[in-house]
Design a protein around this ligand. Structure first.
Ligand code: F6P
Length: 359
C-alpha cells in the first residue's frame, strides 16, 4: 500500500480543494493512504510533521467546489526557502524537509503550486530524492510554461468578469469610466481574458507597450461615455510610481475624462470553482496518480488541447523565461507570458479594444 502526501504552496486559488479531493478519491480506489501536509512546507518543519490523513469525513465531496485550500498555503512569517536563504541556513532547512518526508514514510509527494514553488522544488530537488515528486500547476496568473491552463485561472477570469459587470452599470449611470486593476504579476493573461469577456474599452498588459495619449484619444472617441479600462498590476509608466490603476486614472482625469479606480484584489482568487476548473483539477489529479503508478518522478502535469500528460521538471524550467527569484538569487523561476501571437489579441483589437501599440 502506497502512502502519498499532498501540499498546496504559494498563493491560493479556486480549484485546489477539487484537486485535493479527487487525488484522495483516486488514491483510495487504489487502496493508498493520503496525507495532507498542512501549510505547505511549514507542515514539514514542525516536530512531528503537521499532517492529517484525508478521509471522506474531513474532505467531503461537497467541499471540493470551495475556494482556498483546506490544507492551507502557509503563513507569511513562517520559515521558508527565502528566510532560510537570508539566514544562510538553506542546507539545514532542506534537511529538515527531507527528514520530515522520510519520517512520514511517504512514497510520493504531490505538490500543487505555482511557477515559484515548482521552480524551487526543482532547484532543491534533493529534498525529494527518496520519493516520487509530482507537481500540479495552479495559479490565477497563468504564467506557467508548457500548459495551456492552470488550476484557478478560469475561476479568476469569471470572478473578475462578474466584478466588472457590476461596475459597468454604475459607470453607465454616471457617464464615467472605471480603471480596474487586476492581479497577474508580470503576466497579462487574466486582464486580457476578463477584459475581452467584459467588453472593456482598453486592456493594458505588461507584455505590450502603450501610449497614454493614444489611450486618451481612444477613450475620448469611444462609442460610449462609460466603460471599463482593464489594467494589469504588472504594467509600468515611465516617470510614475504607485499603483498602476492610480497612475492611469490620474492621466485620464488630467485629460478631462471622468473616472474612478476599482481593485478586485483577492476576490480574484476566491469564488466557487467553475466547472472548467473542476474538470481540469480532476483530470490533473488523475494524471498525477497515474504518474505515481508509472513510477515517474520530478514531473509536472500539463494540459494541452484538453489532454493532460506529464513533462519533466527539467523541461518545465528550460521552457520558460527564467527570472532570478528576488528572495533567493541562485534560484530561477520559470515564467510564461501572454504570447504576442495569441489570437485573443487580434480579436480584442478587431473589437475596438485599445491593447497598446502592438497592431
Ligand atoms: O500569484 C498570485 C497572486 O494572486 C498575484 O496575482 C498577486 O500579485 C499576488 O499573488 C498577491 O499575493 P498576496 O496574496 O501575497 O497579496
Amino acid at each position: 500500500m502506497k502512502k502519498i502526501g499532498i501540499m498546496t504552496t504559494g498563493g491560493d486559488c479556486s480549484g485546489l480543494n477539487t484537486a485535493i479531493q479527487r487525488i484522495m478519491r483516486g488514491a483510495h480506489l487504489r487502496k493508498w493512504r493520503v496525507f495532507g501536509i498542512l501549510d505547505g512546507t511549514d507542515g514539514l518543519c514542525t516536530t512531528p510533521p503537521n499532517v492529517v490523513e484525508l478521509t471522506d469525513e474531513n474532505m467531503p465531496i461537497e467541499n471540493a467546489r470551495l475556494s482556498g485550500s483546506f490544507l492551507h498555503n502557509g503563513r507569511a512569517d513562517a520559515e521558508n526557502f527565502a528566510t532560510a536563504a537570508r539566514k544562510g541556513s538553506l542546507k539545514a532547512f532542506n534537511k529538515k524537509l527531507y527528514n520530515a518526508i522520510s519520517e512520514l514514510k511517504l512514497d510520493a509527494v504531490i505538490l500543487i503550486g505555482g511557477n515559484g514553488s515548482i521552480s524551487l522544488a526543482w532547484a532543491h530537488r534533493d529534498i525529494y530524492r527518496d520519493v516520487q515528486l509530482i507537481c500540479i500547476p495552479k495559479t490565477i496568473d497563468m504564467d506557467i510554461p508548457l500548459t495551456d491552463h492552470t488550476i484557478g485561472f478560469n475561476t479568476a477570469v469569471e470572478q473578475l468578469t462578474r466584478f466588472c459587470d457590476q461596475l459597468m452599470l454604475t459607470a453607465r449611470s454616471h457617464h464615467r469610466w472605471f480603471v480596474v486593476q487586476t492581479m497577474g504579476r508580470d503576466c497579462g493573461a487574466l486582464a486580457l481574458n476578463a477584459g475581452v469577456a467584459v467588453g472593456a474599452s482598453a486592456i493594458l498588459i505588461p507584455e505590450i507597450k502603450f501610449n497614454v495619449d493614444n489611450l486618451v484619444k481612444h477613450i475620448k472617441n469611444a462609442p460610449t461615455d462609460y466603460g471599463v479600462i482593464m489594467v494589469s498590476e504588472g504594467i509600468t509608466l515611465r516617470g510614475h510610481s504607485g499603483r498602476p490603476a492610480d497612475m492611469i486614472s490620474r492621466k485620464l482625469t488630467a485629460a478631462g475624462i471622468s473616472n474612478r479606480t476599482a481593485f478586485p484584489e483577492h476576490t480574484q482568487r476566491a469564488g466557487d470553482t467553475t466547472a472548467f476548473d473542476r474538470i481540469l483539477a480532476t483530470t490533473m489529479a488523475d494524471t498525477a496518480l497515474n504518474a505515481i503508478e508509472n513510477n515517474e518522478t520530478y514531473v509536472m502535469v500539463v494540459e494541452n488541447c484538453g489532454k493532460c500528460k506529464t513533462v519533466s521538471l527539467a523541461d518545465f524550467v528550460a521552457a520558460g523565461e527564467c527570472v532570478a527569484d528576488p528572495n533567493i538569487p541562485d534560484v530561477k523561476t520559470s515564467n510564461a507570458y501572454v504570447d504576442l501571437d495569441d489570437p485573443l489579441l487580434d480579436t480584442a483589437h478587431d473589437m475596438g479594444i485599445y491593447i497598446g501599440e502592438i497592431k
